[in-house]
Design a protein around this ligand. Structure first.
Ligand SMILES: O=c1ccn([C@@H]2O[C@H](COP(=O)(O)OP(=O)(O)O[C@H]3O[C@H](CO)[C@@H](O)[C@H](O)[C@H]3O)[C@@H](O)[C@H]2O)c(=O)[nH]1
Ligand SMILES: [Mn+2]
Length: 746
């Protein structure tokens, strides 16, 4: 019977599972051997007492670093444990009139950093989802309260009246007009009628863009931080048109607004009164729908009666349209999602990266969402997911017949209208109140519904709490990328963004919600390990700093910190280095990438750990002790031609804040100097066995960071490292080396 056929299939890739577990076991044994070696050596050193205090301290720091990296590596193994992949059968879904409604939430905040034409492309592509139009409601949240965005949305509405019928008629998949007209568009290319219509629509689109740009040019206010709520509803006047609603929540300088999570919660309330769909698709303003099929694909999970009672959300991957083949900054975050523009297939791809600074021990393989999918489901990634209203509002759990109004208000805030909407009985016109910051919204930090405010990575945190409550999620990575976003291909922007993410993750890591404290009684231990890995990996900055300074200082003095070549434990270090790197390379290759990808990811990990992870952790700690307030500056999505050109040609653009460039250069210079002195020592004494590993560490860092060396010494273009930064870094490296030598000599 057709009805009884499953809507989706979940398979475990057995062969990869065997390889993974074998890798984990062997690597663990090697780590145990390392710990044994370090402990016994340390005991010996302290017993004999013939080593200086600073040396012992350095030795302990190196050992502690190795332990920390091993801990993060261990957490990482949860991802490798049971990766699964999924298939869906949308053709088995019920008839259109039986499908549940969907509300689409799109957030934007700043028409300068987030150009309106781009935002409207996301809006239009969402309106063009392959779903009954009367069951689709698109909400645009404008945190900039900008007349530019509102005007652009009106234009988008007008343009959509041509565009949507065209897409429906010819089955256009690339439903973002910008992408459709700039890349070779799909559709029924051969017919004359089609070509004529396409021409006409193209003209309409050009007019639309022109008008939107004019609005910006003529605007007197671009952004407002002090305004009442503004809501405008575009009522569908054609069968193909879904509802489109503009929402700009009230903003007052004195009220905290909780960034994107606050915006999403306002949409949750406003839509609760207007359409109240049981399913919600959340999108960032730069993530357009690249395949209208995603709604039905998601429904293959949400309507599967076996998994749906506990299914909170279906997460799709973040793919990007502006990634170069030679992705020098790892802008695609390959390790999280495996972006497979090259090799889209249903075979399981292990997207892992060995995030490591010092090659010898860590191998923190990140094989992320497939791995979590095999446990309780992937984390929430903030965009490209279909979530149920019930999971966010806990309607079934908290609204009982006998729950009194007082209790309801405690849970959902004081808005009676919203509370009524939860019962799906009453609709109201008083929606503007829902977008007011003075109503329910401000107290939401205490409320247990919606997107949670506690951390600036509201996606990670909200998903974590949902999993803690027993909800599950699903990761679905179809052949055609369902959504395409604008990745940051600007080094400075990217490092700032990563610092914000780190701050958000560390906020959780050092709170009562730490996955290793809050999680174990609420979710399977493997799921806890995945969440903990994400929360704690930024602490990798500590070992990163230690291991890119201490072995080098000792190298300069000819003091060995590692076993010499003739020592059997030497092989343990060699094994750990090779095993983690070969696994990383294998995973990059099997995902259709080249060995270059491995190099880029190594480099970016080193750079991020000594900068973003360090600053982000510092920010989180300062927030915790009340010395700093959380902030969320949206990334710049406007294209800068010069930067894009450098990125596309595979050249680093070092025009980034000094706080990122200087530590990076300092460490690279320090490693160069140490290696040179080390090499001279080796030639002089002819004894390379004892300090081989230390020399190799510096050598490896220098090779991986070659673009930085090029930026300091060889490049002449505007993307090079500025002279003052190079000078300052050289001085700092000199100071560290002299202090190190002083300490070690005496
Ligand atoms: O006060 C704010 C700040 C941001 N945004 C919107 O939030 C989205 C994400 O902002 P972006 O600057 O693109 O940040 P990213 O770091 O790229 O976002 C990633 O990380 C965030 C968590 O830090 C997640 O919420 C996002 O979904 C995820 O793509 C954008 O649509 C913004 O318009 C708001 O609506 N209000
Ligand atoms: Mn973004």
């Amino acid at each position: 019977m057709e009805d009884s056929l499953p809507l989706n299939l979940c398979q475990v890739k057995k062969s990869s599972l065997v390889i993974n577990r074998l890798y984990t076991s062997l690597h663990s044994i090697a780590l145990l051997a390392l710990i044994f070696y370090r402990t016994s050596t340390l005991l010996e050193i302290t017993k004999t007492g013939n080593k200086s205090m600073p040396f012992v301290l350095f030795y302990v720091l190196v050992f502690a670093s190795e332990l920390m990296l091993s801990f993060i590596w261990l957490l990482n193994q949860a991802y490798l444990w049971r990766p699964v992949y999924r298939t869906v059968f949308p053709e088995r879904l019920p008839e259109d009139d039986k499908l549940p409604a969907i509300d689409v939430f799109i957030c934007t905040a700043d028409p300068t950093r987030e150009p309106s034409v781009q935002v409207m492309n996301t809006v239009i592509s969402a309106m063009a989802l392959d779903y009954p139009a009367n069951k689709l409601h698109v909400y645009l949240s404008d945190d900039g309260g900008s007349p530019v965005t509102l005007g652009a949305m009106r234009e988008a509405w007008n343009f959509a009246r041509f565009w949507l019928p065209f897409c429906r008629k010819y089955g256009i998949k690339t439903s973002s007009p910008e992408a459709y007209f700039s890349v070779a568009g799909d559709g029924n290319v051969s017919s004359k009628e089609f070509t004529a219509e396409k021409e006409k629509i193209k003209e309409e689109y050009d007019v639309f863009k022109e008008r939107v740009n004019k609005i910006k040019e003529n605007a007197t206010t671009i952004i407002s931080k002090n305004h009442p709520s503004i809501i405008e509803v575009g009522e569908p006047d054609k069968a193909e048109m879904p509802l489109l609603v503009y929402v700009s929540r009230e903003k007052r300088p004195s009220h905290p607004h909780n960034f994107k999570a606050g915006a999403l919660n306002v949409l949750l309330r406003v839509s609760g009164l207007l359409s109240n769909s049981p399913h919600i698709l959340a999108l960032d303003c730069d993530m357009y729908c690249n395949d209208p099929a995603s709604a039905r694909q998601a429904m293959c999970f949400h309507l599967d009666s076996e998994i749906s009672p506990k299914l909170a959300f279906v997460q799709f991957p973040h793919n990007f349209h502006n990634i170069s083949d030679n992705d020098i900054y790892d802008s695609q975050l390959r390790t999280f999602f495996t972006l497979l523009l090259v090799n889209h297939s249903f075979k399981l791809r292990f997207n892992s990266s060995i995030n490591q600074l010092i090659p010898l021990f860590n191998g923190m393989i990140q094989n992320q969402w497939y791995g979590m999918d095999g446990i309780t489901g992937p984390i929430n990634c903030g965009t490209c997911f279909y979530i149920t209203r019930e999971a966010l509002c806990e309607t079934s759990g908290s609204i009982q017949e006998d729950t009194n109004v007082g209790q309801l208000r405690k849970i959902f805030g004081p808005s009676n209208e919203f509370i009524k909407s939860l019962n799906r009985k009453i609709k109201s016109n008083i929606i503007k109140d829902e977008a007011r910051c003075s109503s329910a919204l401000l107290q939401e930090s205490q409320l247990q519904v919606g997107f949670r405010y506690f951390s600036v990575v509201e996606d990670y945190f909200t998903g974590f709490l949902l999993h803690c409550k027993g909800w599950n999620s699903v990761y679905y990575n179809p052949q055609r990328p369902p959504f395409l976003g604008t990745a940051s291909t600007n080094l400075g922007e990217m490092l700032v963004q990563n610092t914000r993410w780190t701050a958000g993750l560390i906020e959780v890591a050092i709170s009562k919600y730490s996955p290793i404290i809050y999680g174990p009684s609420r979710m399977p231990i493997l799921a806890c390990m995945c969440y903990a890995q994400l929360a704690y990996y930024p602490f990798g900055f500590i070992p990163s700093w230690c291991l890119s300074i201490i072995p080098q200082l000792c190298l300069v003095q000819g003091i060995p910190l590692y076993p010499e070549i003739s020592n059997p434990f030497f092989m343990v270090f060699v094994y750990l280095f090779l095993s983690s790197n070969l696994k990383h390379i294998q995973e990059a290759l099997s995902a259709g990438h080249s060995i270059r990808t491995w190099m880029h990811e190594q480099r970016m990990w080193m750079i991020k750990s000594v900068t973003c992870y360090f600053y982000g952790s510092l920010n989180a700690i300062m927030e915790k002790i009340g010395m700093r307030e959380a902030s969320f500056l949206p990334t710049d999505k406007a294209e800068d031609e010069g930067r894009t050109k450098l990125y596309k040609s595979g050249m680093f653009d070092f025009r980034a804040p000094g706080m990122f460039i200087i530590p990076m250069c300092t460490l690279v210079i320090l490693n160069i100097v140490s290696l040179l002195i080390g090499a001279v020592k080796i030639i002089h004494t002819r004894n390379y066995g004892e300090i081989f590993i230390q020399a190799f560490i510096s050598f490896f860092i220098i090779v991986v960071q070659y673009p930085v060396i090029e930026g300091i010494f060889f490049r002449k273009d505007y993307g090079r490292i500025p002279k003052p930064a190079s000078l300052l870094s050289t001085m700092l490296a000199g100071i560290i080396l002299s202090l190190g030598s002083l300490v070690l000599i005496y």
